[in-house]
Design a protein around this ligand. Structure first.
Ligand code: PLP
Ligand code: COI
Length: 333
């Protein structure tokens, strides 16, 4: 099979569990990819939904490995709490991930060439509401899609004049509404030839936050990894892993701190990180016509970014030792 793109491709089975009368009912696998909703369902009227993204990888020796799924379960719980939704229990989340992988094992591609089985857990309010209040009934689902790389070349970012999240808003959780906020800007960015928008903090518009679908990091000229500290960005599991790989395995100094926009001219390398993006090197950032370029003193292949990416992807594919508890192997029988 040739490497798929990062797009939805229906797979045979998905997991569905319903919340009714104040409790979660036992879930089941289904072959029906459609959702039927009341016209006034809370998710349709008031966008009450949250989601997650994680990848299962099939290795050449036939194992299927999931990278840090416990972190996705925990983050989904945090997202649910912020969106006034009843969290789906973390142990059942992990079991449902395994069930979906097992049921779809035949369509999971080999992880060579960056392919994987992207799992999309999500949850939404289903019962009708008209006054603004949370739903009292919910559906938790997980589907999977065979995917390839999100970015297949070095990427170009632009500083975005629109905001996607607010101070004290929902930027630190994975609510669908954050992504709705980015749709106008991403359409415009693509039309202008950029791959993604780089958002600034909406309170002062002087600090770098993240892109619409990934965290960002920089490498200084001295080889130190620097990444934004902010309460309004998503706490990326990939970023957390990169920080551990850089300091614990490669002896690279790391720092999480607010990064001012005016600092970016000082950095040697730049990358995006996330489940979909993995580690994607950034060629340039365009700030209203002033273009900052990275990887000019070193080729992308010889960069610090490439060294981190190599170890991280080998870990994700089970080919490099990783910290205790990072890899979950799914038993297929
Ligand atoms: N930031 C945003 C806005 C995202 O959508 C994602 C993707 O999940 C990330 C960061 C990266 O998070 P993770 O590494 O946990 O996938
Ligand atoms: C992910 O990396 O899992 C994301 O959610 C980013 C994007 C595809 C929405």
């Amino acid at each position: 099979m040739s490497s798929p793109e990062f797009a939805y491709r229906v797979s045979p089975y998905r997991f569905i569990a319903r919340y009714r009368n104040g409790k979660w009912e036992e879930g089941h696998l289904s072959t029906d990819e459609n959702v039927i909703l009341n016209e006034s369902a809370c998710v349709l009227q008031y966008s009450q939904n949250v989601f997650e993204g994680l990848k299962a990888r099939k290795t050449e020796d036939g194992r299927i490995i999931v990278f840090r799924p416990d972190r996705n379960a925990a983050r989904m719980k945090d997202s649910c709490i912020r969106m006034a939704m009843p969290p789906y229990p973390e142990d059942l989340f992990l079991k449902a991930v395994d069930d979906v992988i097992r049921a779809n094992a035949d369509v999971i591609p080999l992880c060579t060439d960056g392919s994987s089985f992207y799992l999309r857990p999500f949850m939404f309010g289903t019962d009708p509401v008209l006054g603004v209040r949370p739903a009292s009934e919910y559906e938790f689902r997980i589907f999977g899609s065979p995917v390839g790389r999100y970015f297949s070349r070095m990427i170009k970012l632009r500083i975005c004049d629109l905001d996607r999240v607010a101070p004290h808003g929902t930027g630190h959780v994975k609510a669908g509404l954050n992504y709705a906020m980015s749709l106008y800007a991403i359409t415009e960015a693509h039309a202008l030839g950029y791959d993604e928008n780089l958002y600034l903090d909406s309170a002062t518009r002087t600090y770098i936050e993240e892109t619409g679908g990934a965290n960002i990091f920089f490498i200084t000229k001295e080889g130190k990894l620097v990444t934004p500290k902010s309460d309004t960005i998503l706490p990326s599991i990939t970023r957390d892993s990169i920080l551990a790989v850089a300091s614990g395995y490669l002896g690279i100094e790391t720092e999480e701190r607010p990064i001012a926009l005016e600092e970016i001219k000082e950095f040697a390398e730049c990358g995006l990180c996330g489940t979909a993006a993995v580690i994607s090197p950034v060629e340039s950032i365009d700030d209203h016509g002033t273009v900052y370029r990275f990887f000019s003193d070193v080729t992308e292949e010889e960069s610090v970014t490439a060294k981190i990416k190599k170890v991280l992807t080998e870990m994700q594919e089970g080919a490099h030792p990783s910290p205790e508890g990072w890899l979950h192997e799914v038993t297929l029988t």
